[in-house]
Write a protein that binds this ligand. Structure first.
Ligand code: SF4
Ligand code: SF4
Length: 132
């Protein structure tokens, strides 16, 4: 069993770690339509102001400066400035996708690991129990 088996009990801790650092927030067509409408911008203006090209799809740009936060991340206490219409990729995290960093960076997943532990399989669990 691992934290992945307990994702139905996941609670976001609003740490913002999934909005900081390096990475691509990729957009689908519905994301672009929805966010542009929310910002009362044309889709062309939204794409020009807030996105960049990647090899596959458009992605949100980062804020300028060393922090590399997502352009829509407002910092602690503010969070995502477009939370009501955030991209599907953001809404799906960490339930529908996660990466090798998730267990060490997502405070909600860390809380699951504290509650349920990270026990890879029985073979590793038995020797540890016997050694105590
Ligand atoms: S769009 Fe919002 S939820 Fe997604 S990375 Fe940016 S700030 Fe975070
Ligand atoms: S890293 Fe996890 S706990 Fe933190 S804001 Fe993102 S989803 Fe929520």
């Amino acid at each position: 069993m691992s934290w992945i088996d307990h994702l139905d009990e996941f609670e976001c801790q609003r740490c913002g770690n999934c909005c900081k650092g390096v990475g691509d927030v990729l957009l689908n067509r519905e994301d672009i339509r929805r966010i542009a409408a929310h910002l009362e911008m044309t889709q062309v203006d939204f794409l020009h102001e807030f996105t960049r090209r990647t090899q596959s799809r458009r992605a949100l740009i980062d804020q300028r400066g060393p922090k590399r936060w997502c352009v829509f991340y407002g910092g602690d206490g503010v969070g995502c400035r477009i939370n009501a219409v955030k991209p599907k990729q953001c809404a799906d995290y960490p339930h529908r996708w996660h990466n090798e960093d998730t267990a060490g960076t997502c405070e909600g997943v860390k809380a699951l690991i504290r509650r349920f532990g990270e026990v890879p399989d029985e073979a590793e669990e038995i020797p540890a129990a016997r050694g105590t």
